[in-house]
Design a protein around this ligand. Structure first.
Ligand code: 4AD
Ligand code: MG
Length: 465
């Protein structure tokens, strides 16, 4: 077959670089068929862009295969690109030949009507063929490219940090174990599982963050970033948590917390601008069908100055508010989603960077402030979604880091000697953060559930597809 000669619909509708009257081959899936005695219209989508191309058959009698061309079928159409007579579209194809490639009958689940996102989650194998999930998948791809562009253009090197790890960066114990031992009869030594007999001769897990290794490489290359999958066995069934998600983690040598905040703010604004300018096709769709205000919201963020707010002040604001929160507010307690939303949506009406959190509620690696009670942590909070970025200046002082690790119950220094070593020789002030790719996507698209911005989400009790 001459599949390689095909024209992608995006070339016609988006690039607009196919001449009228040229002979084109379109390969795609049938969205709808409208037929009368004298004319049949077939809407075809090939996934290359949001738009469908309309194929027009003016003498249906000559195409006996038409009976079998139903919604969901894959087809090859050859014909002439023409200026459309209709108001809905600029171009259409006047069909010369029509081949049914893969049949679909009336049992095809995605018939022309709006399906709920809950229903479509059960259909994750077919939902990429819908407008919404086509747009989600395309914008994921484009933004991933944009993210690399942002960092590469600014002299950051892309580092591949390991997915299998023997350490718990965040210290939250939310780890998926990686083991090749027989789970029913594991080798036992002195009453416990003998991890020395496991594949890596130690306990290993799927990584919750590439940060620790990124710090090592930043301590020689300067500015680096990771962009990879991250795994958390956190049993929270919310619309914002996934067990497998993607995280972008820049790490900069010679950078303090202010520099870190500057990068985070600049990066978020750049990414939103990139979505509006370079993903216009998809953004128009999200603005029309998912959240009418989404483009304005992004513009608002781009034009705002993020509010920088010490944690202690944030607590005071929350305590002084007349709001009745479900979770308690007080110095030393973590901010819950409702508190983050209050700050961004009601108090400041823009993104807020909360920093200098109590030492007790943050991981071991964050730099201790002179007050001894707080650490140089920062979280970037946005309206609706809450936390999209978590980061910090890292503790670069060997003795203080060791003390803090002990305080956090990390006593196996043998397991972390490498992390401590970069503080022994040529230690430098350094900082970094993690942006949850899906949290950013939720904000950009207006999609309300993290399960709907991942092609194949993994969440508690769900690893299908
Ligand atoms: O705040 P977190 O846990 O920070 C870290 O992992 C640091 N090691 C990052 C660093 O400094 N290099 O996670 C960072 C971000 C969060 O702000 C959130 O956007 C996202 O990752 N995130 C999740 N996204 C989806 N599902 C989950 N379960 C997530 N947990 C965190
Ligand atoms: Mg966090």
């Amino acid at each position: 077959m001459d599949y390689k000669r095909r024209t992608k619909i995006a070339n016609i509708l988006i690039d607009d670089n196919v001449a009228v009257d040229s002979d084109v081959i379109i390969l795609g899936w049938v969205r709808t068929v409208r037929a009368s005695k004298t004319v049949t219209f077939i809407e075809i989508n090939d996934g290359s862009c949001m738009g469908n191309i309309q194929a027009v058959i003016t003498d249906p009698g000559k195409f006996p295969v038409l009976d079998k061309v139903l919604t969901g079928a894959s087809v090859r159409i050859q014909g002439k690109l023409s200026q459309s007579q209709g108001k809905e579209q600029k171009y259409e194809i006047v069909v010369g030949s029509l081949d049914l490639i893969g049949q679909a009958d009336a049992s095809y689940p995605l018939q022309k009507k709006r399906h709920s996102f809950e229903f479509l989650r059960e259909m994750a194998h077919l939902r990429p063929r819908t407008n919404t999930f086509g747009a989600v998948n395309r914008i994921r791809s484009k933004l991933a490219f944009g993210i690399h562009k942002y960092f590469q253009e600014r002299g950051f090197y892309y580092i591949h940090t390991p997915i299998i790890s023997a350490s718990d960066c965040e210290g939250a114990g939310e780890l998926f174990r990686v083991s090749s031992l027989d789970p029913i009869h594991p080798p036992i030594k002195e009453g416990n599982v003998d991890w020395d007999a496991d594949f890596f001769a130690t306990q290993t897990f799927l990584s919750v963050s590439g940060q620790l290794e990124a710090e090592l490489v930043a301590s020689s290359l300067g500015d680096v970033y990771t962009f990879g999958p991250t795994f958390r066995a956190e049993n929270s069934n919310t619309s914002r948590h996934a067990s497998e998600f993607w995280m972008i983690e820049p790490e900069m040598a010679w950078a303090e917390l202010d520099d870190n905040m500057d990068l985070a703010e600049d990066f978020v604004k750049w990414l939103f601008r990139y979505a509006l300018d370079d993903c216009a096709d998809e953004m128009a769709f999200f603005g029309r069908w998912i959240d009418k205000e989404v483009c304005q919201t992004l513009e608002g963020v781009i034009n705002s100055e993020f509010q920088r707010l010490p944690y202690s002040k944030a607590i005071r604001i929350l305590e002084d508010s007349k709001e009745s929160f479900e979770f308690p507010v007080g110095w030393g307690l973590d901010l819950q989603s409702e508190h983050e939303r209050y700050l961004t949506e009601k108090e400041f009406k823009r993104p807020v960077i909360v920093y200098d959190y109590p030492e007790e509620i943050k991981p071991f690696y964050m730099r201790v402030n002179d007050d001894g009670k707080t650490v140089r942590a920062m979280d970037v909070l946005v309206p609706k979604v809450g936390e999209i970025i978590g980061g910090s200046q890292r503790e670069e002082r060997y003795e203080i880091l060791k003390e803090r690790m002990l305080k956090k119950g990390i006593t196996d220094f043998d397991n972390y000697y490498w992390y401590l070593d970069i503080r022994r020789w040529g230690s430098v002030p350094h900082s970094g953060f993690g942006l949850g790719f899906e949290r950013a996507l939720m904000y950009i698209t207006g999609m309300g559930n993290i399960r709907d911005v991942l092609p194949f989400p993994r969440v508690p009790r769900w690893a299908k597809f």
